[in-house]
Design a protein around this ligand. Structure first.
Ligand code: UFG
Length: 330
């Protein structure tokens, strides 16, 4: 029996593949390599280059490889890009997920783990925001992920499939063994951009808005180390395999840091005082998003081991340096 990991050549997916192969599981990766890298896939895993929207391909993989669980990371992830290209996001994140879920049902796959997002909450009225808060996305990205959660909920009610929808807050950091990390050259995420600025790959970092209703005027986010996030996925898989109910859970620490605090942490960890410019607000940014993170601890027994902003930024910087010292894309 094997686990199908979609988007397994991407940033977060590749860490899941490492975690699964580290514990001896058979893994099939399906990735179209639009943003991922085949070198990021653990050598013990089978790599299939293809699209999750190709339902017949997925059905064949399920049949031939004996897939009994799917972990679905493949998708588009940049909030402002989704505002400029909503239909592209609904295609990649919603329509193709529908094909994947249909293949899972047709192939009798019983366990499904989905990369959802805090963006399904939009601008929550209270922070920390817990899973009881209503869906209220403010970007096509958030809406595209919300729709997939709804498809999973309704499919699980009608068919023999149980799922975990894990709502990620802001994921950063890299594998402590330096086997994978955030490797997209033109990544837009704050900690990656700051690490690139610290290493001289960017002339400066723009802070998008200093007039938010937060203590220092910049947006607050809950940053989670990718290793802790993946530990939650492994626990969710074991939970479903052990007969546990479907679940929806926030993945964050319950602590918020402002953009200015993150920039200060990267400057301190790198020892580089890179240039920072104040820029206009970016479309689609809520002022604050902090996880109400009780469920995941209670239902899955999750205990984070890397819950420190310094550790996250140090790990991101180390990966950024590793990319430069290897012949990998930086
Ligand atoms: N930011 C800057 N300058 C940069 C990059 C980011 O000021 O160069 C700011 C953003 O405006 C935002 C914060 O840093 O206030 C974090 O931005 P990111 O792009 O790193 O992350 P997002 O919060 O936009 O997105 C992340 C995940 C999504 C998730 C979302 C929830 O990528 O999957 O958090 O808001 F849905």
């Amino acid at each position: 029996m094997s686990v199908l990991v979609t988007g397994g050549a991407g940033y977060i997916g590749s860490h899941m593949v490492l975690a699964l192969t580290d514990r001896g599981e058979d893994v099939v990766v399906l990735d179209n390599l639009s943003t991922g890298f085949s070198w990021a896939v653990a050598p013990q895993a089978e790599m299939v280059v293809g699209d999750v929207g190709e339902q017949t391909l997925v059905e064949r993989l399920i049949r031939e490889r004996g897939v009994n669980a799917i972990v679905h990371f493949a998708g588009s992830i940049v909030v402002p890009e989704s505002i400029a290209d909503p239909l592209g996001y609904y295609l990649n994140n919603t329509v193709k997920s529908r094909a994947l879920i249909a293949a899972a049902v047709n192939g009798g796959v019983e366990h499904f783990i989905f990369s959802s997002t805090a963006a399904v909450y939009g601008m929550p009225e209270v922070n920390p925001v817990d899973e009881e808060a209503p869906f209220d996305p403010i970007s096509p990205y958030g809406s595209s992920k919300m729709m997939t959660e709804i498809m999973l909920r309704d499919t699980a009610a009608a068919h023999d499939l149980r799922y975990a929808a894990l709502r990620y807050f802001n994921v950063a950091g890299a594998d402590p063994k330096r086997r994978s990390g955030q490797s997209t050259p033109r990544a837009t995420h704050l900690i990656k951009v700051a690490a690139q600025a610290a290493l001289g790959d960017r002339s400066h970092l723009d802070i998008y808005g200093t007039d938010y209703p937060t203590p220092d005027g910049t947006c607050i986010r809950d940053y989670i180390h990718v290793t802790d996030l993946i530990a939650a996925h492994v626990l969710a898989l074991d939970h479903l395999r052990g007969g546990g109910d479907s679940l929806v859970a926030n993945c964050g620490y319950g602590d918020g840091f402002s953009v200015k605090e993150v920039v200060a942490a990267v400057k301190a960890a790198s020892g580089v005082d890179f240039e920072v410019r104040i820029a206009e607000r970016r479309a689609g940014d809520p002022a604050a998003l902090i996880a109400g993170a009780e469920q995941i601890r209670e239902k899955l027994g999750w205990t984070p081991e890397h819950a420190s902003l310094d550790e996250i930024v140090t790990s991101a910087l180390a990966w950024e340096e590793h990319l430069r010292s290897s012949d990998r894309v930086a």
